[in-house]
Design a protein around this ligand. Sequence first.
Ligand code: PLP
Length: 382
Amino acid sequence: MAYHYDYIIEEAPGPVTRINGREYLYFAGTGYFQLNARPEILRAASEAVLRYGTGSATSRSITGTTPLLLELERKVAEFFGTEDAAYLPSGYLSNIAGMKALAGMNKFDVIFLDEGSHYSLAEAALTTGRTVITFSHRNVEDLKDKLAGKLSPGQRPLIATDGLFPLRALPAPLREYADLAGQYDGVVWIDDAHGVGIRGRNGRGSYEHYGLRSERLFMGATLSKAFGAYGGIIPGDAAFIARVKAGSVMTGTNAPMNAAVAAGIKGVEIVAGHPEMREKLWDNASYLKKGLRKIGIPADENDLPVVVFAPGDEATLSAIHSSLMEQGIYIQLARYKGSGNSGILRIVVFSTHERSQIDTLLDRLKTVLRDHKADGPDRETP
Ligand SMILES: Cc1ncc(COP(=O)(O)O)c(C=O)c1O
């Protein structure tokens, strides 16, 4: 199986994308609205570089703060309806900066971490210096047992999880976690890298999807996916954001690159101003999933834009992947947290896919599955 580092993408990803010298119908990546190539964003990024240079060559705590950074943080706060926001060089770092800030504010004593959480959350938890206890993936009962069994009287939990787990687009049961945080006087931290922009009426992500808002709920995310830009964000109340900004991550890293900041401003503006992109994405996701079920691939009846399936062993998955590529279709053969050692096939749909492109995918997939006699039940993956 070709490892994905062998696939060289030769232009901005879109519904049709050039990879290793050939154009493919492209159903991969996380550019859910395909803003990575949107002219307004490219223009803003270019202008920012010409005006401010690549970067400020110093951290925010020295002279790294530009007017662009202040504007982006204001826009992010406005988008999420929070008092303030912090912008960081990556979503990965947002988790570290956010959880360390909560530890510094003494908001919790023990971390309860979903065992399937993103790498960055697991690493962030360790940097807080607090005890970390894992609970079974998305398992409220296990979390309840662990909270009851592991917390000493008076100790408060931080419940840490992805808002939307990337590999399968599985949502975390946040209502229950919010309740439990309330019961134990604790807090919830979510990494909502995949939820922001695409979930909730205003695209505010997983909390908004469930109608949750409270001073116990905190989040970090990235602008590198739905927003077509780059860098991490943390929206929140003023005291918390001040703590994030005073922390080691922001004082110890260069201010993010100006092209990324300007792209972020435009990306947030576009996502805020175009709710119809979300409607189209949800619509495409439902259409794709209905079509997949018709050809025997189990796909949840929801409007999340990702489907994974594993109709056979590693060799079968690899053969299906290769046959689809021969026919000009690129889906991902994923090896990621939760995929198991054999990997898993993964389809991602965008708001910009035409129905006819989804139909072509379904048609070719049906033939390829038949050719590989891969119509058995899905192999269970962890
Ligand atoms: C769930 C999740 N969290 C965090 C990140 C890291 O975000 P960034 O690429 O901005 O560092 C990713 C991947 O990009 C992710 O999938």
